[in-house]
Write a protein that binds this ligand. Structure first.
Ligand SMILES: [Zn+2]
Length: 217
């Protein structure tokens, strides 16, 4: 048995649509760990430009200092020998197709005895999974699934609606687009709309850049 797993490392995933409180949740974990005397290091993807490059912030204006990285592989070089918790915000931005992948990095940190908490959307605006987040959920010791409030009907919202010129974005629009409430809204399953989504597109776990057609029967 690999004894490194007994040194206290774990992976926790906080997921759900935009505006569900994911960043607030990982900041609370960071605050709690710091309060217990643990050393915490937080990271974000450099393309996440919604607040300053050296901090993560929630929609309810809770902030924590963070380091911007271009790839998840940079995280291993930036942690210190006494780092006890690593918090990663917007994990779905690390959907890069080049190893080591985000899941590899998180597993390496866990094996070092580090507590890893990752916040990120599980589904894109087309309601198709982010591959690394899906994998992480399978590998994590704990998954916290959050929901938001649908801006249309007020029901619990599991999906993220993208807007283009205030109208629902088309299926074939670019997958990654940085924005906040100007172009994103949480929607429930009934109110979520993806114009021109081809019939037969289902929720399947995909390798990055893989064709999104359903698997052959
Ligand atoms: Zn709704």
């Amino acid at each position: 048995m690999d004894k490194v797993y007994h040194r206290g490392g774990w992976i926790k995933v906080v997921t759900g649509p935009m505006f569900s409180g994911k960043t607030t949740e990982i900041i609370h974990h960071a605050q709690e760990a710091t309060g217990n005397g643990e050393k915490v290091k937080a990271f974000k993807h450099f393309q996440d430009t919604r607040c300053s490059p050296n901090r993560i912030g929630s929609h309810d204006h809770v902030f924590w200092k963070a380091v911007s990285v271009r790839a998840s592989s940079e995280i291993l070089d930036l942690i210190e020998s006494d780092t006890q918790m690593v918090a990663i915000d917007e994990g779905h931005f690390f959907e890069d197709g080049f190893p080591p992948l985000l899941t590899d990095i998180c597993e390496t940190l866990r094996k070092k005895g580090i507590k890893v908490i990752v916040a990120g959307c599980d589904l894109d605006f087309r309601v198709e999974p982010f591959h690394q987040m899906a994998l992480l959920q399978r590998l994590a010791e704990q998954v916290i699934q959050l929901k938001a409030r649908c801006t249309i009907c007020g029901a619990l919202a599991e999906y993220t609606q993208r807007l283009t010129d205030k109208q629902p974005s088309q299926y074939d629009e670019t997958r990654f687009k940085v924005g906040s409430s100007d172009i994103y809204e949480p929607h429930c399953k009934n109110c979520h709309v993806v114009p021109n989504k081809p019939p037969g597109k289902r929720l399947v776990a995909l390798a990055p850049n893989e064709d999104i057609s359903p698997p052959p029967r």
